[in-house]
Design a binder for this molecule. Structure first.
Ligand code: GAP
Length: 458
């Protein structure tokens, strides 16, 4: 299996992901997305939006702000309960998550009776003390304490008159706080869902997991509102689980062997949830949460209504009956989907590394090469092919080095097809199209190329 180091190395080498502020030595748990990464991110977002918003009759989209009224986060419970258990190395003062250190210790001392997710902070403190668990540097640890993950910022320019705001810890609350607006301004009927993609921020303690856990993250979240008297929540939850599974396997082309469901234990579930499942992916560092789905009941709409004083009920137009809708919430990180597709696509063959990405996700769909760069006839013809394909596809141009090197570079960024304009092109109007996965080549007429690729991308 591919290692995280191999993925990170390819990402830097080929322009997918760079450490943020690299020239200053980086910034903790922060990454920028390079030319290839920006395209892959766009493709993942677009596929999610198309699948869950545009292809469904019961979904609408939203784009709410990162900075919301601070009362939102008091109402949602994040100010009170959005905590991780923090411990500090008593010598280096480095910070760690107590649950992660206990989990690591348990891998060397397996005990099926112990589930770290179920431990209270006091139980973690006892466990660390009883078993003498030290920091990764081997030093004693402080007692675990609760550490709030919300990022704070200030609004206003005059010192002393600035007011406290939070950078959103999840995109979900922007959906709940807009519920009234959406119902009043669109013709939605229960059951219906609202989806949005956007940045969230979390003061994460854990470092060193590449883009798996970052302080700035992009979420794609759905709040699916329903009347619990008319819709069975378990059936609805199951249908959303199926939709998530099918998105990852069918649309993103990820192997089902690397996916599994895990139900949260009663103690582990978030404060707002009555039932939660994680769709776990087998990342290079183990089975970890890719995508969560929770039955949030009417917790959030009720809490936001109480704090704001605004009626967040829905009136059934047939019966006139008012209810506070319940919600099922499928919530995923775009960056985790990104890491998953890279891990799943990374293939080490005898003479090359190839990213076997689903063509729909590939940053570049087609690369066009003149066989050699110093023959003006070939370059002119290849440019014309490139310009034509560029009208409908994301296409790359490369005339550096030999053809073999160009193929290897495209294989590493997952370009499904390479087109070479050679001497035969000038005579018979055909080019070679080389397939990334099989490396087989076929000759296609220039006039048929656009249709050929469009058919492949369907
Ligand atoms: N609204 C529910 C919610 O935010 P969550 O399980 O905390 O639930 C949802 O987050 C998804 O967001 C996760 O399944 C994961 O894919 C992604 N995610 C959460 N924290 C992250 C982080 N620090 N870095 C990257 N992705 C993260």
């Amino acid at each position: 299996m591919v290692t995280l180091e191999q993925i990170a190395s390819l990402c830097k080498r080929r322009g997918f992901v760079y450490p943020t502020s690299d020239i200053y030595g980086g910034l903790t748990s922060s990454y920028d997305y390079g030319p290839m990464g920006a395209e892959l991110l766009r493709n993942i977002r677009a596929l999610w939006w198309k699948t869950f918003i545009h292809e469904r009759i019961d979904m609408v989209g939203l784009d709410s702000q990162i900075l919301l009224h601070p009362e939102t986060w008091v109402a949602s419970g994040h100010v009170g309960s959005f905590n991780d258990p923090l411990v500090e190395d008593s010598v280096t003062n480095k910070r760690y998550r107590a649950d992660h250190l206990i989990e690591a210790w348990l891998t060397g001392h397996p005990d099926p009776a112990i589930t770290v997710e179920d431990m209270t902070i006091e139980q973690m403190a006892d466990f660390i003390e009883t078993h003498g668990i030290a920091s990764p540097e081997g030093n004693p640890l402080s007692k675990p304490k609760k550490f709030n993950l919300l990022f704070e910022t200030k609004l206003g320019v005059v010192e002393g008159e600035k007011s406290l705001l939070y950078m959103r810890g999840e995109t979900a609350q922007g959906i709940f706080t807009n519920f009234r607006n959406i119902v009043d301004s669109s013709r939605v009927q229960l059951p219906f869902g609202v989806g949005q993609i956007g940045k969230s921020f979390r003061n994460e303690i854990t470092t060193g997991q590449f883009i798996f856990r970052t302080i700035e993250l992009e979420q794609a979240e759905i709040e699916y509102f329903f009347d619990p008297n008319e819709t069975d929540w378990q059936t609805l939850l199951d249908s959303w689980k199926d939709a998530m599974w099918s998105f990852v396997t069918t649309k993103m082309g990820v192997s089902p062997d690397h996916l599994q469901w895990r139900r949260h234990t009663d103690k582990e579930r978030s404060h707002y949830s009555k039932d939660t499942f994680d769709l776990d992916y087998q990342f290079p560092f183990g089975w970890k949460e890719l995508w969560g789905i929770a039955y949030r009941t009417d917790y959030d709409l009720r809490a936001q209504a109480e704090h704001s004083g605004v009626d967040l009920s829905f009136t059934n137009p047939q019966t006139g009956k008012k209810i506070i809708p319940h919600v099922i919430e499928p919530a995923v990180g775009i960056n985790r989907l990104f890491l998953m597709v890279l891990a799943d696509a990374y293939t080490q063959e005898e003479k090359r590394i190839v990213l076997k990405l689903s063509p729909a996700l590939s940053p570049i769909k087609v690369a066009v090469f003149p066989l050699v760069a110093n023959k003006p006839d070939l370059v002119t013809k290849a440019r014309a092919v490139y310009e034509e394909l560029k009208k409908t596809l994301v296409v790359s141009w490369d005339d550096r080095g030999n053809i073999g090197k160009r193929y290897l570079a495209q294989d590493e960024v997952g370009t499904p097809w390479c087109v070479t304009v050679d001497y035969a092109t000038l005579e018979d109007g055909t080019v070679t199209v080389r397939d990334r996965d099989t490396t087989q080549q076929e000759r296609i007429k220039v006039a048929d190329l656009t249709a050929y690729f469009q058919a492949k991308l369907l």
